[in-house]
Design a protein around this ligand. Sequence first.
Ligand code: LLP
Length: 386
Amino acid sequence: MLNQTLTEKFKKIQTPFYFYDIELLETTAQRAIAEADRFGYKIHYALKANSNHKILKLLSAAGFGADCVSANEIIRAVECGFNPKDIAYAGVGKTDREINTALDLGIFTFNCESLPEIENINHLAEKKAKTADIAIRINPNVDAHTHEYVTTGLEENKFGISEWQFDEVAEKIKLLKNVNLICLHFHIGSQITDMKVFETLCKRVNEIQTTFERFGIKLPHLNVGGGLGINYQNPDMYPVVDFKSYFEIFNKNLNLHSGQQLHFEFGRSIVAQCGSLITRVTYVKNGRQKNFVIADGGMNDLIRPALYQAYHKIENLTSTKDAKIYDVVGPICESSDCFAKNEPVNETQRGDILAIRSAGAYGEVMASQYNLRELPKAYYSDEIEQ
Ligand code: LLP
């Protein structure tokens, strides 16, 4: 919770910066693990959402595995305490260098997205006299009903292997001696708020699992990815997502065989609500059609509004005046450098401190130095409050 004491501290720090509520992160992590444990499910934290050392150390200690998309993420995960045996590695374009790193560490699965990739992993594993455990990433052709840029489970997307390729891939894998197929992997998109989508996914997973069994392939693991959406409108009312109802959907609809382990890959639902981008108002520019709040944070610090037209709630932490309608923009030389249009914010003046909420996932990790700006720093509640 962002309170008065914190605001006084924020005033003394150079803005913009990311602020993380560690208590909320701990609560979220514990709740996710506790609800997953009820069904014996394993959660891998998707590092791409936020790969800060402190956050990763907390999550590895809480009992998460990791979901990585580059060798650098794998190395970071191991540095921060994740067991390589709990690391799933996805991505359509794994390079030889990256595959070799993962082979040396001995990860849980290479989540493979194409036949050429599987053949290459087999080849590289053979050179090291190793056998790589792999998952096939399936493109189940399920519409996630989310933004097109974060939809991944449709045939038109570049991800995964589609149904018409299954028999060819299954036959080929049986011939390859240095890969061992242990898992089917699915991830259909991100910021999914329509829970029916996950029911549909379960039904597709059941069908596809049956198809693979017909090929004589039995799988000890299933991985259904991430995608669980959060509430960007009301972060204080919904600080932690409803993991219980979410897992119940899988418990009810997915046919797990006895001894088969179900895996999830959560990014946003674990870290989004604990982070805010804190920025200071440089100018307020009143126009005839619009009033602009010009903040010192920009699209280089938090690109989600510009890239996905994403909504983030904006709070003026220093004003108690009535709300006015503003466009809240950054200093970057692009019209897309806009955090919110026609947003009600307490009447604002130069020097006020704003919190752009729910920015813990895909915020700091997507920051750039565009316009030769500095990368935003990170501050944590348990350090700042001492
Ligand atoms: N597993 C795989 C294979 C993924 O590609 C992703 C996210 C996840 C798990 C984690 O999904 P989550 O639980 O966070 O929804 N930058 C975008 C989101 C991109 C998501 C990419 N893949 C945004 O800011 O909305």
